[in-house]
Write a protein that binds this ligand. Sequence first.
Ligand code: DP6
Length: 366
Amino acid sequence: MGGEPAKWVSMVTARTPTNIAVIKYWGKRDETLILPINDSISVTLDPNHLCTTTTVSVSPSFDQDRMWLNGKEISLQGGRFQSCLREIRARAQDVEDEKKGIKIKKEDWQNLHLHIASYNNFPTAAGLASSAAGLACLVFSLAKLMNLKEDNSQLSAIARQGSGSACRSLYGGFVKWIMGKEDNGSDSLAVQLADEKHWDELVIIIAVVSARQKETSSTSGMRDTVETSALIQHRAKEVVPKRIIQMEDAIQKRDFPSFARLACTDSNQFHAVCLDTYPPIFYMNDTSHRQDNQLCREMESCRRNTSDNVQVAYTFDAGPNAVMIARNRKTAALLLQRLLYNFPPQSDTDLDSYIIGDKSILQDAG
Ligand code: DP6
């Protein structure tokens, strides 16, 4: 860089969808490295509906690392951001772009500063896994900027240190976060179980019951659960390992009834351990409970009226919003129609902020 006035900026933009767990991660065995007490499985959403877009840039004229989220500057001082930045800088490689006159030696990355601008196309911290998409996108875009040689699985182990569920957003389709055994976390990473084409009839619809920031963050909620719940160890040691095997099998065979039963019961158990926490954590509200009740009844009527089995699965994360997974477009259209009839959006909410997902499927309901 030779003391010359800085003229260049190198920039990378990436877009990463969020993911929704169908077998939940809840509880850490190491808070700093973010190592979970059980494996988890998620489905990565369509980037058109819930994603983070991040632009990372580097220039010798930047005098400090800075970050903006949805246009507002936020602090990068948190331990989790710093862990990700440290891990990525440690793996950075030489970057050369003759046309733009850019030549960065790998040791230069320790002294160069970054500007990061991130934008979510959905409400932040309303239980819609914003940290998952955000941290995964940050790690991925920085890895491209700094020319890392690591594959997505290795990058997932870095994203994990930003937010556990972020490691699963490095892949599309169905993804498993293997909890790993090592104390240093080197084997706690995400692997893709099946790509997005494997089961592409599934339709995911999210009803945003509340876009307000949740009162208990996942991080503090799961800490309290691990410290106080008598059920959580039973869940982590006895229940989840069996469900992981069954869920992998259901996904591989595209067996919707098994998939739905596992997803719904795992969501129920996750909220049960939240209630078993002291003081108890209530992520679902009255509307969420009425919705899951309604969905169970819908499933029951599908089962009785047709020769086919269950048509819709639900899962609730650390928030009141219902995530519904319909077997195909036809079921999704019916589901959406009934949802809008039984749970109309509140007067000050428009359809776009109430329902996240492909609303064009409504036409399929006739
Ligand atoms: C209920 O990944 O947000 O969505 O690792 O502390 O950042 P930290 O927690 P986070 O927790 C997600 C919890 C969950 C279940 C899941 O996504 O598996």
